[in-house]
Design a protein around this ligand. Sequence first.
Ligand code: URA
Length: 284
Amino acid sequence: MEPNNEKREKLKEFYFRIKNCRSCELGSTRINFVFGSGNANASILFIGEAPGKNEDLQGRPFVGQAGKILDGLLAGIGLSRNEVFIANVLKCRPPENRDPEIDEIITCKQYLFEQIEIIDPAVICTLGKYSTQLILNTTEGITKLRGNIFKINGRLVLPINHPAAALYSPSRISVLKEDFNRIKTVFDKSALDKPVLDKPALDKPVIEKPVSGKWALDKSALDNSTVDKAAPDKAPVPGKVLEVGKDQGSKEGAAGSGEGMAGSGGSTASAKNQAGNNQQLGLF
Ligand code: URA
């Protein structure tokens, strides 16, 4: 298998393993399991809250109004969806788009953490309160956290307001643009091939947050609101977008009815199958 495809195949295998999840009540009310989509080799991962109505219908993250804002913000810093990966804290839509419940987050977070392990991004952008609090292991509000850069397990974490905020209050778009410009600065630095140990500090202090265990949060951790501040030290493990695929194709739901992994044999049929699966899943 080509090395560039390794993460994509791992993600795909993971998707097929979890797509029928019924670990919480949302499993019985969803239309589609929204795994996430984008470039499996991305250096940058965006994490939203949970699928809404359109996402539930299509099986892809951020395909509604908030997604349009996200696309515009990405384009503003020269990125497109097939260069990043986009996932959510919850994989299934909460009824009536209500807020995620803590038990749902605790049940679902392991899927997100596994995606982080597979994609191994250098930079994580948390969009809104839920993903920010989960990844930073804090109960601090997003208003206080946004604009800062954190370092967790060797990755840079940038909390950003949820793009949907701009739907209700258009003046917030300027804050979002400011934060996206910060992503660009950080991303440009961390997308280099070599560690940037000799580079000057980033424009904001990096706040190191020690975590016990590997992305191992439990319920009590979510109640822990301390954020330890420390001077910047090392640069993140650098990453690079290794593969830029074709445009996101099918608008169909990601959660197809087929079971099992895409074939790993070398036949044309299985290669076609694989390509079809990749497109259906929105994986590049
Ligand atoms: N809001 C989110 O947080 N995620 C989506 O996928 C869509 C809207």
